[in-house]
Write a protein that binds this ligand. Structure first.
Ligand code: GLC
Length: 469
């Protein structure tokens, strides 16, 4: 089975969010399970190759905006794995993200497939999020035989651009169902095009796959997604067990594993971090973490902030790591500057401190309004840190309330506070129960193997003529 994996970010070369992690770990696991998977993405100026050698494999021209554009395909190998990664260089459109970057990148992928510039013919093109939303459309309307799968990592980011970008790719508007409905606004919605034209679509958790059919979570696309309902499914992401491992993580000071003094290991890491943050060093006060993009629409920053302001801070220590919307960075900075002994806010994302928070914290807050999958709760659980999360999307699918974490239903600072206080009360008064939950969380299987098998099932379905022709 040959699969071309089209994505706009890839750890460790360029990352914006969880998608970059998935783009690394999923191909690795597909490859281990026998799939010939190759990754393709733009070669932005910001892409860091970390001294990897790149090899030029082809130069070609694509017509964009009526003009000839020169594109060079370089190939690198994906760290230790033997997975080719193709990076596409074009100084005008691909160096720096602009409104034309994704349409041009999508056009390049189409040209590469049409002309077999890789000297390798995939059966399937696996697209991710709106950045690759035009690929299924280009393939379908030009009658290429490749099958397409679109994975939705986040429905809230849809990639809405002026119709000009479509014209520049040379696509004929009249062929596009949805574009016709949108002509008044003169906007094309890349994600929507992807959903309509892909042969199969999946979301990154079974619950999110159901949620996006509803008005509450559908981000305006629910009716259209419901129409395409028969081709939509959900597959929960995994995490990369090689790099997320408290036994070997180089970023933490005290290593531990589920069979190797996990409670003691966590205590030592907690002491270290409390001291580093200038908090009182004590095991009688719970240390509660948050790690995430500061995106207020999604991540529940408002209810977390309200809750922290309301509770008696003498009783808790909060460590918050995240960057994004300036307004929210300011709010947490302010909070931390007033309550230095009990609230720490770190605004610059750093892998080392993230690992230290996972290892040291007693609990991790994940109060998201919506969460397609969420990786941090899984990483936290692997490090024996119990998530306190909203019962939505992938959080609902990865946490069992009272067994390996705590869930609250309603999106409200009061419900978050109530569940957090309940968790802390158990932590204070019933150490056996908490220790049992920590072990449950650490033992949980979030490896990619199972999810990769599910993706292979979808690939097989795509290739079986009766299913998707
Ligand atoms: C997006 C989603 C997140 C998901 C990640 C990887 O960042 O917001 O929930 O875990 O993609 O699929």
């Amino acid at each position: 089975m040959k699969v071309l994996f089209a994505v706009w970010e890839l750890v460790p070369f360029f990352q914006v969010g969880g998608l970059g992690d998935v783009a690394k770990a999923l191909p690795k696991n597909l490859h281990r399970q026998g799939v010939d998977v190759r990754v393709i993405l733009p070669f932005y100026k910001a892409l860091k190759l970390h001294r990897l050698q790149k090899k030029e494999i082809k130069k070609f021209t694509a017509i964009y905006d009526g003009k000839k554009q020169k594109v060079t395909i370089f190939q690198i190998h994906f760290l230790d794995e033997n997975i080719p990664v193709y990076i596409l260089k074009n100084e005008k459109w691909l160096d720096i993200p602009s409104r034309d970057t994704f349409s041009f990148y999508n056009l390049c992928v189409y040209e590469i497939l049409k002309n077999n510039y890789l000297s390798w013919i995939p059966e399937i093109v696996h697209c991710h999020d709106h950045h690759t939303g035009l690929i299924p459309l280009l393939i379908k309307h030009n009658n290429l035989k490749f099958k397409t799968l679109l994975t939705i990592h986040n429905l809230n980011h849809q990639g809405k651009y002026s119709l000009d970008v479509i014209k520049r790719t040379g696509l004929d508007h009249s062929k596009c169902r949805v574009i016709q409905w949108e002509t008044k606004k003169k906007q094309v919605n890349f994600l929507l095009e992807g959903i309509i034209h892909a042969d199969l679509v999946n979301a990154v958790s079974p619950s999110y796959a159901k949620e996006i059919l509803t008005e509450e979570y559908g981000c305006g696309l629910d009716e259209i997604i419901r129409n395409e309902g028969q081709k939509i499914s959900g597959i929960l992401n995994g995490i990369d067990y090689d790099s997320r491992d408290p036994v070997h993580d180089k970023n933490i000071n005290y290593h531990y594993g589920v069979n190797d003094s996990p409670i003691q290991g966590k205590h030592l890491n907690k002491k270290f971090l409390q001291d580093k943050l200038g908090f009182t060093v004590s095991d009688d006060i719970p240390l509660i973490g948050f790690i995430g993009r500061f995106e207020s629409k999604q991540k529940g920053l408002d209810i977390m902030h309200k809750m922290i302001r309301r509770v008696n801070l003498q009783k808790f220590q909060f460590v918050i790591l995240g960057q994004g919307e300036i307004e929210w960075e300011d709010q947490f900075l302010w909070l931390a500057s007033f309550y230095k002994k009990n609230v720490a806010y770190i605004s610059v994302f750093d892998k080392k401190i993230a690992s230290q928070i996972y290892a040291a914290s007693d609990f991790l807050l994940v109060p998201s309004r919506f969460e397609p999958c969420g990786l941090i709760q899984m990483i936290a659980m692997r490090y024996g840190t119990l998530p306190i999360a909203r019962e939505t999307g992938g959080l609902k699918d990865s946490i069992i309330d009272g067994v390996d974490g705590f869930l609250f239903k309603k999106y409200s600072s009061f419900d978050l506070e109530m569940v957090m206080k309940k968790a802390v009360a158990i932590w204070k008064n019933d150490k056996n129960k908490i220790n049992e939950m920590i072990v449950n969380a650490m033992k949980k299987d979030f490896t990619w193997d199972k999810s990769a098998r599910e993706y292979i099932k979808l690939y097989n379905k795509l290739c079986s003529p009766s299913e998707t022709s």
